[in-house]
Design a protein around this ligand. Structure first.
Ligand code: PHE
Length: 452
């Protein structure tokens, strides 16, 4: 493995980009969100559509973001400004990176609260509260947490402080070293937990639910949920990967690197499903329970496992670190911009943005208790932010970014960036983005909105 040294902000080894991008991709989206969205959307049919979305939408758009980031090597906002000064793009396109930054900001407001739940569960895990836990007690534990805003605020604050301190440093430093260890350990832990869960749980029903599908289960709602989750899970459509592309070495094939990131992301999500669903079916937990699904199932697994206290501790540490490596990429866009444009130190920019996120996060955590009233369309603050980002802002951001790259950035500029030894990757990617990903995203998003 080549040395993980950073050369003037550019990662010297191609693998470091893969680790950092996977660090952004793998997070609560895989372990918390994927199982519950799969549960709410009928299982197998959703998984199939999700895989297609990763391949035909997520991967091409991810490549577009990374390629653009690598071409200009600046933050997304200045990149578009720079291209418009060079008369390559109309200055109106600067709306796209702004939208991306706002999307990342809004996602972080609830992401941090959920990461706070993971910290709270880490605390409970190490103090042995899962040992011998019953299903009722697991539900009670989760409900009690939701009903205690002061505790949620504490963990939300701690998590945001970690995010601010990490983003305040340069992302090229340290991040990939952490992810290099985190990812393999996370995958091995999930494999062990999945094997155990299949052993003690109802594995037949879980496999049936996750992998059997029929056409009747595929609706536009399911497809929109799959596109939204694919973009969310790959951290695509809001400029995070763009920022990482800016640090990527020219020697790496973008197609290869991005394919690996998509593969890792899918693997972790499926493993998380295999951990959770056998238990869901053997303990008759409601598959459509929503955001509580992961947090109710996991204590039951650990509570019954020999050495469960230790494994639970390890698992929640991994989950928190995975959430952290995702969260920092949500703030990176504005922090890099404030730093490069206004010469603000990274730490100052991170504190400034982080406090704003923290503040909005308070409304999110209150939406689980005191403010559980429906604001709009029958949704509370958390539900509103979650669906607005996944079903509106991420798809719209991804569509606009893809249109900008595929139709407005000169072909030759991209071609120089994308072509490595295997020139055919370029045509394959360019045509898929132009003629499959963009039209599919537009049709699905509009149909999902109208149908929903
Ligand atoms: N992909 C991250 C996850 O799965 C979440 C994320 C979304 C990160 C958008 C950055 C941008 O947890």
């Amino acid at each position: 493995m080549p040395e993980s040294r950073c050369l003037q902000g550019i990662w010297s080894s191609p693998w470091i980009f893969i680790f950092a991008a996977s660090g952004s991709a793998v997070g609560l989206g895989n372990i918390w969100k994927f199982p519950y969205v799969l549960g709410q959307n009928g299982g197998g049919a959703f998984l199939l559509v999700y895989c297609l979305c990763l391949l035909l939408v997520g991967l091409p758009v991810l490549m577009a973001e990374v390629a653009l980031g690598r071409t200009v090597r600046s933050n997304p906002i200045d990149t578009v400004n720079d291209l418009s000064e060079r008369h390559i793009l109309h200055s109106g396109w600067v709306f796209v990176p702004w939208l991306a930054g706002v999307t990342g900001f809004l996602i972080l407001t609830f992401y941090s609260v959920i990461a706070g739940w993971s910290l709270a569960y880490l605390d409970r895990a190490v103090s042995g509260e899962f040992v011998g836990i019953t299903q009722e007690a697991a539900y009670r534990m989760f409900d009690t947490l939701l009903a205690t805003p002061a505790e949620m605020l504490l963990w939300h604050t701690i998590f945001m402080a970690l995010v601010i301190l990490t983003v305040g440093q340069s992302v090229t430093r340290g991040l990939s070293a952490v992810v290099k260890i985190l990812l393999p350990v996370l995958v091995v832990t999930l494999i062990l937990l999945a094997s155990y869960s299949m052993l003690i749980g109802n594995s037949a029903e879980a496999l049936n639910f996750m992998f059997r599908w029929s056409w009747q289960d595929v609706s536009f709602d399911v497809i929109l949920a799959a596109v939204g989750l694919a973009l969310f899970s790959l951290s695509v459509g809001m400029g995070a990967m763009f920022a990482y592309g800016a640090y990527m070495s020219k020697r790496m094939s973008i197609a290869r690197a991005c394919t690996i990131v998509v593969g890792v992301d899918l693997l972790v999500a499926i493993l998380a499903g295999l951990v959770i669903f056998p238990l869901v079916f053997s303990f008759n937990i409601d598959v459509e329970a929503g955001p509580s699904l992961t947090f109710v199932s996991l204590p039951i697994i650990f509570g019954n496992l020999l050495g469960g206290q230790f494994f639970a501790g390890v698992f929640f540490v991994l989950l928190v670190v995975a959430a952290l490596t995702s969260a920092i990429s949500m703030l990176e866009l504005f922090v890099a911009w404030l730093h490069e444009r206004f010469s603000m130190t990274r730490l100052k920019a991170a504190v400034f943005m982080g406090i704003a996120v923290w503040f909005v996060g308070i409304a999110v955590l209150l939406s689980f208790n005191h403010w559980d009233n429906k604001l709009l369309l029958g949704l509370n603050v958390f539900e509103l932010l979650d669906s607005m980002t996944s079903l509106v802002l991420l798809p719209v951001g991804a569509i606009l970014l893809s249109i900008m790259v595929a139709w407005f950035i000169p072909h030759s500029m991209l071609q120089n960036e994308m072509i490595t030894k295997q020139a055919n990757h370029f045509q394959w990617w360019y045509k898929t983005l132009k003629f499959i990903s963009i039209p599919a995203m537009v049709v699905i998003t509009l149909a999902g909105w109208i149908g929903g």
